[in-house]
Each structure stands twice: as C-alpha cells, then as structure tokens.
Design a protein around this ligand. Structure first.
Ligand code: GDP
Length: 466
C-alpha cells in the first residue's frame, strides 16, 4: 500500500498533463455540457417557459403534455400544463454532480443543456441553491406585465422581490453568465418600449450585483404563446420591431460559454457517492471529474484519508471505459485501498497534487434573509460540493461592495440580511476544498443552520491546512 505524507504536494503550476490526456478530447465530437439553472420571482413563468421549450424541442411528448394538461385542468390550474412537464421526461441523468438536481435536458446547436432543479413556489431558496451551486449559467425570468416586473423587483415597499434576491444569489455562487428572459410580452402587446424599460432598469441593477454587461443578454418572449422561444416571433406586433438580430431564447442559450474542460489541471473528482457493484470491486466511487483525466492503471489519492490506490475499472452508466476526463460523470473502482476510506464529500486526486484538507478558509459570501444577525463565533453547517461539516464563522473580515469586491467596512460587528462580506470559517474536521478561482466545482460554499440557508459564496483563500 502506498501512502503519501505530503500535505500540500507540488505547486499546481508545475503540473504538466500527460500526452495521452490531450488526445482524449479529439475523438469525441460530442456537444459541450452546460448546467443551467432557471431563477426568478414566483409566477414570473419559469416552469411554463422551460416546459414549453422542452415540449417544442420534443423532449416531452404530446401525450404526456395532454395528460398533464388534463390533470392540471382538473386541479383548476390549466396554465400549469407546461409547468407539469418538468416533472417528467428525465430519461437520462448524468452521474455525480447533476444526479440530485437535474430535471431535464435539451440541446442547442452547440450545447447539451442540463436543466437543474426547477425551483418550487415556496421554500424556494434552499431548493435553488442545490441547483445554482452547480450551474454554469442562469436564466433569469422576469414578468413584463404591468406591475409584474415591479413586484419582482420588490417595488413599493412590498416584501423584497425574488428577482433581486435570485440574481444576487446566483452571482454570489460564481455564476457570471445570465440570460434575462423578459416573459409575458403578450400581456403588454409585445411593446418594445416596455422591453426597453425593463432592460434599462435591470442593466445597472445587474451590474451592481457583479454581472458584466457583456455577459448578460435580454430576450423578449411569451412562454404561453410560445413566441421567440425556439423559433422567430410570429406575432405581427412583435415582428414589427424585433428584427431577430439577437435571436430567440434558444439562440441566446446557444451563445453561452460552456465551462472549460480543465484537462490541463491535475485530476480531481468530488465523490458524490460510494458505489457498490461487483464489476467495480469493493472500493468504488461515483462522481464528476472536475479536472484532469485518468485511465485504467492511473494512481489516485483518496482524500481525506491520503491513501493511494490504482484505477482498476472505470464505468459510465454501466459501460466500461478506458479513460475519463474533466466533465465526465464516472464510477471508479480502485485497487489497493480500503473500501472504508471512500466517503461522499471526499475527493479523489492526483497523488502529487493532492487537494488541500482545509481547516480554515476565507469566503466571499452573500447573506440571505437572516432571522438573527450573524456574529463572530456563529455555528453553521458548511456545505461544499458533496461535503457537509459543522463549523464556526471565526471572523467577520469585512463588508464588501458586490460589484467591485472592495472592502467598504473592516471588521463589522455583525452581518445582517442581504450583505456581501468576507468571512473566515473553520470546519470542525478538515474539508477537501479549493479556491473557487482554481477549481470551480470545489470552491462553492453554502452556510446553513437548522435547515435554513444563511449565506452562499465562494472560497477566496485557504488559510490553514491539515
Ligand atoms: P413560476 O412560478 O415562475 O414557475 O411561474 P409559472 O410557470 O407557474 O407561471 C405563473 C403564471 O404565469 C401561470 O398562471 C402561467 O400561466 C402564467 N404565465 C407564464 N408565462 C406566461 C406568458 O408568457 N404570458 C402570460 N400571459 N402568462 C404567462
């Protein structure tokens, strides 16, 4: 049995991928995978919109739609027909990261889009976080109807609008690309003025949340009428001004940048589950390869135990593979390690470049609605990829400006709702995590307490290692 004693391993910059790894990509002509989350104020039309797209693209059969329509009518909610489609039709689920939150998938010209958990109506935030924390991009649905958009923005002293909350949330989790679907255009007679007005209000707001103008696109649509979703508008009033230069919603999705398949970085796989199967042997893990590549015979280190094993078998959806690379969901059977060292929330990695086992790190967070102010010493549960560990907020470093990231106030006495801040967190036992900028999938964090989400954010610095 091989055992490594190194803590931090070699510097990441010294890593050179092996020649065979670089050839892995070329033989597959497959489309890039993009994880997409759909957010927005309740009733903005998120489910209708996605249901309609899935239907238009043939991801949901007419029969299913009919059944859903009938059931929805019986419930007295005819318009939920499309919304219901989302609960069906998931024939395929990628293993690992998307397994718990993928609800459907569809393709654009360039991308294979995995639709992450569609938010429910209530208790929406915890739901969304599981999806958003794995998203590469987001669709923000806003309601163009008179008063509808304003309600979403939390205007006129109403309870804070979810448009605002969700936009901040996805950005705080590191999502930088946004498509704004300006929905219910039918309710405003496809008015260009209304569309421009909404754009005018949202642009500075989204900038303030930290989105770059160039990473945000706006598409006017009507989910109900199926206007400008997957084909150019047919309504006369709409066609009169919308030249289609910016295209349909599907075109806008197609322009999103898929995540880099980071083959040039050392191997990392966040363990989503411990796999029991005869073909894989007694020590096997399932998850998504975050970076790098492995093949049969590669050595990998199992964290946090630091035991080193050899890849004996690789499978994807039950089919044997010779190699796997960044972006792939795989099951890996290992030789030379005890079955017990493989735990969900652990990480498999390159033995010379082990993932840090962090005992204290700095986070850039956004607080959600807090029942009590957060004080230094607050007890939380730290969630990062598939890991979950009790911990303490040891230091409130600074309040920051979400747009610039600059500190606006050092050492605040406490944090209240909806603030951007830098904090330090110490999990009780070390967590296998990395700075978000280095390994996105290992650098997003959610802080919860008693079943409520307190804050979401990304790891900016690892302060101490185990
Ligand atoms: P969600 O809460 O964001 O998922 O919203 P739903 O998809 O459940 O839709 C909320 C309500 O808005 C339903 O009554 C829908 O029929 C309605 N709706 C959705 N899209 C449109 C649209 O494009 N135009 C109009 N007029 N109503 C819509």
């Amino acid at each position: 049995r091989l055992q490594s004693t190194s803590n931090k391993g070699l510097p990441l910059e010294s890593y050179k991928p092996e020649p065979w790894m670089m050839h892995l990509g070329s033989k597959t002509a497959e489309k890039s995978l993009l994880n997409l989350v759909v957010v927005g104020h309740v009733d903005a039309g998120k489910s209708t919109l996605m249901g309609r797209i899935l239907y238009s693209l043939g991801r949901v059969s007419h029969k299913e739609m009919h059944k859903n329509t009938k059931e929805a009518n019986e419930m007295g909610k005819g318009s939920f027909a499309y919304a219901w489609a989302l609960d069906e039709g998931v024939e395929e689920r990628a293993r690992g990261v998307t397994i718990t939150v993928a609800v459907a998938h569809f393709e654009t010209a360039k991308l294979r889009v995995v639709l992450l958990d569609a938010p429910g109506h209530k208790d929406f935030v915890p739901n969304m976080i599981s999806g958003a924390s794995q998203a590469d991009a987001a669709v923000l649905v806003v309601d163009a109807a008179e008063g509808g958009f304003e309600a979403g923005m939390g205007a006129e002293g109403r309870e804070s609008g979810q448009t605002r909350e969700h936009a901040q949330l996805v950005r705080s989790l590191g999502v930088s690309q946004l498509v704004v679907a300006v929905n219910k255009m039918d309710e405003v007679q496809y008015s260009q003025e209304r569309f421009e007005e909404i754009k005018r209000i949202l642009t500075p707001f989204l900038r303030h949340c930290g989105f770059r103008d160039s990473s945000v696109s706006y598409v006017p649509v009507s989910a109900i009428a199926g206007e400008n979703l997957v084909s150019t508008p047919s309504d006369e009033l709409f066609r009169a001004w919308y030249t289609g230069k910016d295209g349909t919603l599907l075109d806008a999705l197609n322009r999103l940048e898929p995540p880099e398949r980071d083959i040039a970085k050392p191997f990392r796989l966040a363990v989503a589950e411990v796999v029991r199967s005869r073909s894989l042997g007694s020590a096997a893990a399932g998850g998504k390869v975050e970076s790098g590549a492995i093949k049969i015979g590669s050595k990998v280190m199992v964290m946090p135990s630091r035991e080193v094993g050899v890849v004996k078998s690789l499978e994807q959806d039950g089919k044997a593979l010779q190699a796997a690379r960044a972006g792939d969901g795989v099951d890996i059977g290992l030789q030379g390690v005890d079955a017990g060292v493989i735990v969900p929330g652990g990480v498999l990695c390159h033995p010379d470049y082990p993932v840090p086992i962090a005992t204290r790190f700095e986070l850039r967070i956004l607080t959600l609605k807090l029942a009590f102010p957060m004080l230094p010493g607050a007890q939380v549960v730290v969630h990062a990829h598939h890991a979950k560990e009790p911990g303490t907020v040891t230091n409130l470093t600074a309040l920051i400006d979400a747009k610039t990231g600059q500190a606006v106030k050092r050492s605040p006495r406490c944090l209240t709702s909806n603030q951007s801040a830098l904090v330090e967190v110490a999990p009780e036992r070390g967590l296998c995590v990395q700075e978000y900028i280095k390994f996105r999938g290992l650098g997003r964090v959610v802080l919860r307490s008693e079943g409520r989400t307190l804050a979401v954010g990304i790891i900016t610095r690892i302060i101490s290692y185990q």
